[in-house]
Each structure stands twice: as structure tokens, then as C-alpha cells.
Design a protein around this ligand. Sequence first.
Ligand SMILES: [Zn+2]
Ligand SMILES: [Zn+2]
Length: 213
Amino acid sequence: MRKTATVAVSAQVRRKGHKVTAQKSRGRRRKKVYYLLPLEWSLHYVMSDGEWRDFRIRVKEVIPNWETCNCPNGCQANTLDEIWDYDKRKHVKRFVKAQFICPGCHWLKSPGWRVQTWLKDESGFWTPPERTPHIFDCLGWTKRRVRQMRRADLEMYYEQLMLQDKREKEVKTGEATEVSWTADLSGLKKYGYSEIEISYFSSLMFLKARGKI
Ligand SMILES: [Zn+2]
Ligand SMILES: [Zn+2]
């Protein structure tokens, strides 16, 4: 379904001379630069099972009431959600913090996860849960609001697929070039990680962005 593990979140045309020496750029056509934010590009996807378990323990130590989600019913918070900040100017994805939330809230916060649900439903291979979904039961959303979110999610998804095709063609013809975002994991310090551990995880993020792991 997905051809590459990347999604273009911004496309910018660099002005002549930027990042290219003035001499080299003279007389050349502008080259379009796509900054790509890789999919599944987070600690959860680069850490081993053991590293992730250890991370969960460290977060629990910092947040004493980690077991209660912030949703109206204060549901059991047992999934770890990573909070990231996206610097769209510098193309840096910066780790801010992690927090435990309930699976229902986690699903709502994760566009990729939501799209997977909608696609499964459209394919007919998905059995809806027997009990009332959290989004109605706890969060009090109306069916209409969920339908609107679903439509917007799928529109965005198909639009990105189209953009991806266009981008790949442009890269092939040399009209455009792709540059990956970078990740800043210095926020892991608050969970007691050393500089060495942080640079190790940063190198994993680097490899993941290039599809090497
Ligand atoms: Zn809840
Ligand atoms: Zn919740």
C-alpha cells in the first residue's frame, strides 16, 4: 500500500544560492527540496522491547499518578504516548516528554493509527468492537463528529499518497531532491538517560529515517 516510509509534510523551493555555493548555483535551475518526515519515526519504533520496558519504568518514576488518564472517566492509562514538537522552519522533530494515557485517547491522538482503522473498516476485514468505543462512551463524541474526522483523515491520507507519487517522479527526473527531518532527543535527559544513551537512540532515529532499520 505504502511505497516508501516517508510523508512529505512540507515542500519548499530553495532560492538560488542557498546551501549551494554561489558559483555552483549560477545559471542553474532552482531545485525543489522536499523535507520528509518519516512515518513510524518515534522512540517506540526504534527501541528494543527491553529498552522500551525500561523507558516505561523511567517515566513512571517521574510521574507519580501515571495510572490515571486525563479523559473524563479517568480511564486506566497503560499506553505510553510520546509528545513531540515539530519545528517546521528547521525541520527538526524534538522529543518533549512522554506520558501514560488510555488506549482510547492514544488512538484519537494518532492520525496514522486512525487511518489504519478506517482503511480496515473500508476493506471489510475489520470487526468493530462489541462494547461502545471510548470516543463515544468516555469522550462523548457524536457519530457525526467521528464521521467528519474520518472523512478528513482519509482525504489527507489520499492526498499524501498523490503528493508522494508526484514527488517521486520529480526526484527521478532530478527536478527535486529529498531531505529528511532530523530528530532531537535531548528531552530524554529528564528520564535520566546519559549523553551516550541519547546519542545512541539518535543514531537509531537517523538509521530509521533512511529506512536502514
Ligand atoms: Zn476515558
Ligand atoms: Zn483517556
